[in-house]
Design a protein around this ligand. Structure first.
Ligand code: DGJ
Length: 752
């Protein structure tokens, strides 16, 4: 792994053992993009005198504009660039734009110097991937300068030794005497030499988050984004390009992922010469950052993953990178406690006795963590009041959070608490004392969502106050886990804390405030396991994973719905980051009745827990729950830290399948799910992946019933025979017919 600089041709080559990323200084001093893909020979491995600059094709195209008089070979419209500007012969969407005091938006940032360093410097106040040791990564920082406005632009690139990923961000510095307005500042821009791709995105809405959507790239712009103030349920800050023939197990795929939780834009622009420009960063709409003399602006980080071996390989790189070098802290490498959450069991209707009863039953069957959800504070008896007042409600909890947490601990369980720190109800003491602390614009209506308003986290005094009130609760009691919720999008995004010309900064400053509060709390309470949440999966993004190593995947806990949601989420996010619970039937979101077995079999592939009152179950069901918990405890190391493979897509048919394999390939777990039953259905085989071809595996259905011994080679090449899925002729299992909402787990253990 390393970064080489060919000074003669001014070419930078970032490579590890598997991938290369090449960029170069162009004739006009700006940066050009040469290559991103499987590894190319580095200096010393190439024929003498060979270099890669021929990859720039300088050819004349009628009606273009050219940079140099008398020269028809250099138009920025036809040069593949690294961080392009608009207005100087390139007519595509730029990576950045700076409005100057004279009204011009023309800039000319040219190469000034560069630095190559071991490791990876931290980003200030922003989430980012990291290197633990200097030899794990190398970073290239290229400084470009625009003399006229006396500004610098530093583009930073990190290549990792163990992950086929490049992390990038940009930083603008104003050294001049005039003010600059940054109106667009993408985290990445890359021009790929052709357009023979399909674009994959994760899209949806509340309770159907991150469904996979695939479309062929077409000339023009195709984009996803958010203008909601958070990454949102609608689109995820992820864009994947794959070749048309690429599938889960073979072919090229490039994943672009933004480590950010606010407004974002991710787009692919295909020009008429079939060049694909991908850009990703803070959404430029409603963004306008004043850069006064001496100030700098740093974009969030974007991560680009290249895989030659299919979409599973791409996802596995994201999983490994985000699990071990984005997530941090005590919980990063630990299996996660099995929890019970009282939300769907009680909603707002609870008192201490009721909670303790739920906790006791849960503890009896092996649950490890009790989580008290919404409603424990202030006058919070419904969603109309109390939000913002982080003092325990002693009518419901006579001994406060301290007393309840002690009782839960006395049972032998950990104790967790729900918070929604970024919001206030107007019916709260906080709002009554500080009505100007919500985001709003004077003289305009204040729109609500779920009867609540968004606190102005761009202001430090607001963040400080919320910090102090929640830290007081945490210091006084013994809290092991926090579910950090966020239940509405931002409207009327104005702040009393900033002058008129800085109102375009508020969306981003808000997120910086959220990150600041997270950082302060996780630093003071390093033992706490944070789970992020935003009405389910409305802020499931890499930015959040830096602070909270797990996220509530969706409020939709129906097993069938969760197949699509978890499958889609797995394109970028590790299994251990997905909050997944078994809930009651009929399901509270779609009113479907699925078997307890299927609900468990789906929820295993995540953090695992329960979202119901176990006391309402029959003795038989409770015994089944006890078995599920024992199963998860036995297999969670494999599930949460193993290598995950998607096998059959819920977006393609009635059967879904996925599997995890341990690092040493000695254990694997395959999950198969059939939504609707049919008679005499076609034969089914599942070709497994990632096994040791030469190992003998003992296969057990649900970890109990012998299903035979097979070599890894057979299981991967001939496939696991799963035909007895179909009903009618299927054998009876545990006295029951195979029917709708049916699932089966295969546990594989290498023999010897
Ligand atoms: C939305 C979350 O997604 C739910 O799990 C629950 O915590 C509620 N908020 C509580 O208000």
């Amino acid at each position: 792994m390393g970064i080489q600089y060919d000074a003669k041709h001014q070419v930078f080559h970032l490579c590890n053992d598997r991938i290369s990323y090449l960029l170069a200084v162009l004739r006009n001093g700006q940066l050009g993009q040469l290559y991103f893909g499987s590894r190319l020979p580095a200096a010393g491995e190439m024929p003498k005198g060979h270099d890669y600059t021929y990859l720039f094709e300088g050819v004349k195209r009628a009606t273009s504009s050219y940079v140099y008089e008398g020269d028809f070979t250099f138009s920025l419209e036809h040069v593949r660039q690294e961080y392009p500007a608009y207005g100087t012969t390139d007519y595509r969407m730029p990576a950045f734009e700076i409005r100057q005091e004279d009204g011009s938006r023309i800039t000319d940032f040219v190469y000034a110097s560069h630095e190559i360093m071991d490791g990876k410097p931290k980003l200030q106040g922003l989430p980012a991937t990291y290197a633990e040791r200097a030899d794990e990564a190398q970073t290239l920082a290229i400084t470009l300068r625009d003399e006229k406005i006396d500004a610098e632009l530093v583009l930073s690139y990190t290549i990792f030794r163990d992950f086929d990923a490049i992390a990038r961000h940009a930083c603008f510095q104003n050294n001049g005497s005039a003010g600059l307005d940054i109106t667009r500042a993408m985290s990445l821009s890359i021009d790929l030499p052709d357009a023979d791709y399909e674009m994959l995105q994760l899209s949806g809405w509340w309770a159907r988050e991150r469904h996979l959507v695939t479309r062929p790239l077409a000339p023009g712009i195709q984009s996803v984004g958010s203008l909601r103030g958070h990454s949102g349920h609608v689109h995820n800050p992820l864009l994947i390009l794959k070749r048309p023939h690429t599938d889960e197990s073979q072919g090229e795929a490039i994943g672009f992922s933004l480590v950010y939780s606010g407004n974002f834009l991710a787009q692919a622009e295909v020009d008429t010469m079939d060049v694909t420009r991908v850009s990703m960063g803070i959404h430029p709409h409603a963004f306008d950052w004043c850069l006064a003399r001496g100030e700098h602006f740093q974009t969030p980080e974007a991560v680009m993953v290249y895989a030659a071996g299919g979409l599973n390989a791409m996802s596995q790189t994201f999983h490994a990178l985000y699990r071990t070098r984005l997530a941090r802290g005590t919980w990063r490498d630990k299996v996660r406690p099995i929890l019970i959450n009282n939300w769907e069991a009680t909603y707002f209707d609870f008192d201490e006795d009721k909670l303790l009863k739920i906790a006791r039953t849960a503890h009896d069957v092996g649950v490890e963590l009790f989580v008290l959800d919404d409603g424990w504070f202030g006058a919070r008896c419904s969603d109309t009041s109390g939000l913002g007042d982080w003092q325990p409600n002693t009518d419901r909890l006579p001994n406060g959070i301290k007393g309840l947490s002690e009782k839960i601990h006395a049972l032998g369980m950990k104790f967790g608490l729900w918070v929604e720190l970024e919001m206030a109800n107007k019916d709260s003491d906080l709002y009554r004392a500080h009505p100007d602390w919500i985001l709003h614009v004077d003289g305009r209506r204040e729109s609500h969502g779920r009867n609540q308003y968004v606190l102005d986290f761009s202001r430090k005094e607001v963040v400080d106050c919320i910090h102090d009130s929640i830290a007081k609760v945490l210091r006084a009691s013994s809290v092991d886990y926090i579910k950090w919720d966020m239940n509405r999008s931002i409207t009327e995004c104005g702040s009393k804390g900033f002058p008129a010309k800085r109102q375009g900064e508020i969306f981003h400053r808000y997120i910086l405030g959220v990150y600041d509060l997270y950082e302060r709390l996780r630093t003071e309470f390093p033992h706490i396991l944070f789970e992020s949440c935003a009405s389910g999966g409305g802020r499931f993004d890499p930015g959040m994973l830096y602070y909270a190593p797990q996220a509530w995947t969706s409020d939709d806990t129906d097993a069938v719905e969760r197949l699509s949601i978890q499958y889609g989420t797995s394109y970028a996010y590790p299994i251990v980051s997905m909050g997944s619970h078994v809930s009651a039937v009929p399901n509270h979101q779609v009113f479907r009745e699925t078997s307890l077995k299927m609900r468990g079999d789906v929820a295993y592939f995540g953090t695992f827990g329960y979202e119901l009152d176990l006391g309402t179950l029959s003795a038989e069901e409770l015994a089944e729950v006890r078995g599920q918990i024992a199963f998860m405890k036995e297999h969670r190391e494999l599930i949460q830290h193993g290598t995950f493979y998607r096998l059959k897509s819920p977006f393609a048919g009635n059967v879904t399948a996925w599997m995890v394999v341990s690092a040493d390939k000695k254990k694997a777990l395959v999950g198969c799910y059939k939504v609707l039953n049919s008679t005499c259905s076609p034969f089914q085989r599942l070709r497994l992946q990632g096994l040791d071809a030469r190992a003998d595996y003992a296969v057990k259905i649900d970890g109990r019933t012998d299903f035979g011994d097979y070599t890894g080679a057979e299981l991967m090449r001939a496939g696991l025979v799963t035909s007895d899925f179909s009903a009618g002729e299927a054998p009876r299992e545990a006295g029951k017919h195979c029917t709708d909402y049916w699932s089966r787990l295969y546990v594989l253990k290498a023999k010897g």
